[in-house]
Design a binder for this molecule. Sequence first.
Ligand code: ATP
Ligand code: MG
Length: 436
Amino acid sequence: MAVPKLKRAERDKFILEAVILEAVKAPRGTRDVLGDETWKWAYVSEICRNVADDYGYREVHLPIFEHTELFARGVGDTTDIVEKEMYTFTDKGGRSITLRPELTASMVRSYIENEMNKGPQPAKLWGIGPMFRYERPQKGRYRQFVQMDMEALGAQDPLVDLEVIDFSMEIYRRLGLSNLQVVLNSVGCPKCRPVYRKALQEYLKSRYDDLCDTCKSRYDRNPLRILDCKSPICKEITENAPAVMEHLCPECAEHFDRLMRGLDKIGAKVVLDKRLVRGLDYYTKTAYEILSGDLGSQNAVCGGGRYDNLAEAIGGPHVPGVGFASGIERVILTMEAQGCSFGRKPENKVYVVAAEPSARLDAMALMRTLRMNRISADMDYMGRSMKSQMKNAASTALYACILGTSEIEKGVVTFKDLSAKTQEELTPEQIINKLK
Ligand code: ATP
Ligand code: MG
């Protein structure tokens, strides 16, 4: 914000006001997920957890920040993430720290550090939590967002790639999503990629001058990423570019073939997309995305693939791996667009009403008994009249339990069914039995 020319005191006041204004606003690209929405999140993470259990993946909690070096090496310093999207800062000990932009590199780091190679292979891990990327915020794209991520580490077998793809599809199946498309490619390996890279550069050479500036800089450093460029002119240029698929070495071709046969066996419909790339040396063989037809331009609900050389890239031993990450905001947006169910919306069952102020303590005790019996209950803390307590009851609960002097004397409660508009006198035990 530009600071106008003011006297010192005025200037200080101006800055203070600006700071206060900023302080009551969440930073750009972040959002508060509040009570009318969090239950949907709980539902989606519950389904992820169920699927993970059924597929034999164990949940891990990893740090939200890591050494910057991990991502620079593990995600790759020619990617958008590392080039321009990371939240990096120097901590008080002078270390360069980055808020995690994704989980895969951390998962691999954890596998190496905790010597998971000594346990059953592949190690099957999953996690869910916030990721941070400095991006231009728009619908389905935030600076803090939540990913569900799973990784299978230590196995080469294409059947594990199949399990990963199947795992992601199973989550969306259980969430009731439709209109999704699985797009798949193979990006080869360090054996076949150099040959392909040359062929691609050769193809792009004559159109080099028409490429966007970013892609010009990619031409030497990482030409595969040109295939991923969103600019219309670059898209047009690469339309008929040679495909990695046509340059796969026998090992990658066989891996791809076995994966395709597996997908066929489980009846999974996939679309081959020769332009889908992860574009990095340590991403190998399988690359895939799941796209939603109901999301507009931020349409990827999930991205994944194999990265057999990532562990070595971050300074560890050779650990083949494959996994995916899914953006929970985009999953929820798609579910909302498709009218999917999020399970039961939590609501209060009972509102306890004190007919007169002297009954408030008894009302409190009754409410506590109900809660201890796992019947959700609430009451008024604002000293409202009986009439407005009843109004609250009607708008927030299914039943009202009314307590006044006469009820307290008799040891009963006036129990009101707020939708049927019936009422009867019941003991607290009878109410519990009725509602449980
Ligand atoms: P995009 O092309 O949309 O930027 P990406 O390739 O950067 O996606 P990945 O790194 O593969 O995405 O992350 C996996 C998933 O995480 C994406 O498919 C998407 O659902 C979600 N995701 C990625 N970036 C964001 C973001 N800024 N806000 C919300 N969700 C995101
Ligand atoms: Mg991105």
